[in-house]
Design a protein around this ligand. Structure first.
Ligand SMILES: Nc1nc2c(ncn2[C@@H]2O[C@H](COP(=O)(O)OP(=O)(O)OP(=O)(O)O)[C@@H](O)[C@H]2O)c(=O)[nH]1
Ligand SMILES: [Mg+2]
Length: 336
């Protein structure tokens, strides 16, 4: 696992493709070989739809953080999926929403930019939201507000997959009428109902990826998992625990900065600073007698030990930086 994580693959995709995908014109094609497909697929959609859960389920590794709160993912995260005759460079993106503040605008822009840069867009929809009182909502209600915006954004996409996610939450007989509504709005789309959480329907999704992606050899060696560093993954796992263990505005006011990452013969030592925007948030994050921050630290440490496959020491400090999420310089320093 460890060596798989240490790679760094640089965006933008187009440049990567040009330097890696040139096949000599003279190469002969063996007709008996099954056709291979590869390319970039952007996982896009509204917050909380299950994009990161889908990415993790497809990769069978927890790479992106997940929570029941919207706007969990803040960056584009590449995860390389290898299946028989298929390699998909999946790009998890922040949920597209009406952004307030500089950090959220940057997140939404990154998600929207992804659509234009990938070979195929995979729109992940929380289908359970479209069922009310045991019935599928009318099309005009479905395609109002956020889903209307997404459908408009994607209607010209030739290579479009629409994942109707969270099918474990409603009766199966509602799927056909729901699919008919999406097919009418986006006739070119391949529709795939699935449950990312239960990994139910992923095989069908992989077959659809073969249909929408170009023929070609894998873009990455098969031991490459992501473009993210261990430092980033560590910061994210800490942030996930903050999302899961705090409420209201606290998760949205938090950034995690790794200030030290040391390998010793016995263990990895990680020194992280959790930034908040107000003293009151610092108090909440630390909790009574430090109980909350201890819980965040111990849960993050356990998971990171598993992910990195070695013993880990995790040191967390909470500091206040007023309005960091609107400060362009701070945002750049924090990787936005
Ligand atoms: N029941 C059910 N829950 C799901 C499914 N997929 C995702 N979830 C839950 O939905 C919530 C949001 O999942 P995420 O994967 O974080 O959603 P996201 O689209 O990445 O959200 P953002 O990063 O905020 O844009 C979490 O609580 C998941 O456990 C599913 O198939 N079924
Ligand atoms: Mg996410």
């Amino acid at each position: 696992m460890r060596d798989r994580l240490d790679c760094a693959v640089i965006f933008p995709f187009a440049e990567y493709r040009m330097s890696n995908q040139e096949t000599p014109m003279t190469e002969s094609i063996d007709a008996t070989e099954p056709t291979k497909h590869s390319g970039f697929v952007g996982l896009v959609g509204l917050p909380n739809a299950g994009k990161s859960t889908l990415m993790n389920g497809a990769l069978q590794v927890k790479l992106s953080i997940v929570s029941n709160k919207p706007q969990t993912t803040r960056n584009r995260i590449l995860g390389v999926l290898n299946a028989p005759n298929l390699q998909v460079a999946l790009v998890d993106t922040p949920g597209i929403h009406r952004a307030r503040g500089r950090m959220h605008s940057t997140m939404v822009q990154a998600a929207k930019d992804t659509i234009g840069e990938v070979d195929a867009a995979c729109w992940v929809v929380d289908a359970s939201w479209l069922i009310k009182k045991g019935q599928v909502m009318p099309a005009e209600t479905i395609f109002s507000k956020g889903l209307k915006y997404m459908a408009n954004l994607l209607e010209k996409e030739k290579n479009l997959v629409v994942v109707l996610n969270k099918i474990d939450l409603f009766p199966k007989h509602l799927l056909l009428p729901l699919m008919a509504i999406f097919q009418e709005r986006l006739p070119q789309a391949h529709l795939v109902p699935l449950s990312a959480k239960n990994k139910d329907g992923l095989e069908v999704l992989f077959e659809v990826f073969k249909q929408v992606l170009p023929e070609g050899e894998p873009l990455y060696p098969d031991d490459v998992l992501t473009d993210q560093t261990e430092r980033f993954l560590a910061a994210e796992r800490i942030r996930e625990k903050v999302f899961l263990l705090t409420n209201q505005e606290v998760p949205y006011s938090v950034a995690v900065e790794i200030q030290g990452f040391k390998e010793t013969p016995k263990r990895t030592e990680i020194y992280a600073r959790i930034w908040v925007e107000k003293e009151s948030q610092k108090g909440i994050l630390i909790g009574k007698k430090g109980a909350k921050i201890k819980m965040i630290g111990s849960q993050a440490r356990q998971e990171l030990q598993e992910l990195f496959g070695r013993r880990l020491h995790l040191d967390l400090i909470v500091s206040v930086r007023d309005n960091w999420s609107n400060d362009p310089r701070r945002l750049r320093e924090l990787g936005f």
